[in-house]
Write a protein that binds this ligand. Structure first.
Ligand code: PMP
Length: 313
């Protein structure tokens, strides 16, 4: 159950958590017309810090643009609002959920100026997504019988609420069959991504991840891994991944704001590599957590510090 905090940011103002409500006939409830983001704010020795805040807010604005939803706030304004919100809610570490939706007014599919564009940012305390153990031991996953949203259906580069109906089908099917997560193939039968994670494959010391044309979300953690691997001198490419490459890989891992870097130890009950976290995932985890937890230098400028208030909980 979500742990409520004091305030939610709405269209430039802070409102009480319980007042952040929408009408049942808002455009978004019938038609899924929302775009959103998920960010993490990590606790560091120098106070809370949001990970790659600008990149997430840029993707939010991009998602809105794809759906002709003009978000009337700049990247900087959204980042500032997030910092202020975390400070006011006195959180040391949290998950942040910016959410933009088409509101109450017209009830037809075509939203009009009568449907206001509402911008919210909420934050709350949150732990590990696939479990603490998953980061060390790895998870068991399956290939989904559901195909990832195809090009020319729902645009995958937008992080839109409606895309998550596809994600829910993938995730629910995996869950009822006893898997931690499902991996969807794209319209051409190549590996796309998990219901809420990008995927990486390691073979012979080289990392491969599906390209943006494989109906993947342009993950911020995906980009983080591309940059980190390159800086460590590890070869990494974006290329189509055939399903069976997962079975014969040395390592496979997920990335995402929620999943962070989660190793995959089996796919369709076929053991991947040694059946536990491999050395490449471990090395990347070490680099990643070193930076986000403020133990290593922020050499890419990925952290936005949140000034702490007196009496932080
Ligand atoms: N793919 C999907 C479908 C997702 O929902 C997410 C989570 N936002 C990701 C990939 C990973 O993206 P990010 O690293 O930006 O969290």
């Amino acid at each position: 159950m979500i742990k409520a905090t004091g305030k939610i940011w709405h269209n430039g103002k802070l409102i009480n958590w319980d007042d952040a409500k929408i009408h049942v006939l808002a455009h978004v409830t019938s038609y899924g017309s929302s775009v959103f983001e998920g960010l993490r704010c990590y606790e560091t020795a120098r106070g809370p810090a949001i990970f790659r805040a600008r990149e997430h807010m840029r993707r939010l604005i991009d998602s809105g643009k794809i759906y002709r939803m003009h978000i009337p706030f700049s990247i900087d304004a959204l980042v500032e609002a997030s910092v202020e919100l975390i400070r006011v809610n006195q959180l040391r570490s949290c998950y942040l959920r910016p959410l933009v939706l088409r509101g109450y007014g017209n009830v037809g599919v075509l939203a009009t100026e009568e449907n206001p564009i509402e911008t919210y940012i909420a934050c709350w305390e949150w732990g590990k997504y696939l479990g603490e153990e998953a980061l060390n031991q790895g998870v068991d996953v399956c290939i989904s019988s559901w195909t990832r949203i195809a090009p020319n259906t729902l645009p995958a580069l937008a992080k839109a609420g409606a895309n998550y109906m596809n994600s829910q089908l993938i995730r629910m099917e995996a869950h009822v069959n006893g898997y931690a997560e499902g991996i969807a193939l794209d319209d051409s039968g190549y590996v796309s991504e998990g219901s809420g994670e990008n995927i990486f494959v390691v073979r012979d010391g080289r990392i491969i991840t599906p390209p943006l044309g494989a109906s993947v979300l342009p993950g911020i953690t995906r980009d983080t891994i591309l940059q980190l691997a390159r800086s460590l001198g590890i070869e990494i490419v974006e290329a189509p991944v055939p399903r069976e490459l997962l079975y014969i890989a040395d390592e496979v891992f997920f990335t995402g704001t929620a999943a962070e870097i989660t190793p995959i130890r089996s796919v369709d009950r076929i053991q991947v590599g040694a059946g536990h976290r491999g050395p490449v995932a471990e090395k990347l985890q070490k680099e990643f957590f070193g930076i986000v937890e403020g133990k290593a230098a922020d050499r890419f400028g990925w952290l936005t510090p949140v000034p702490e208030t007196v009496g932080v909980k």
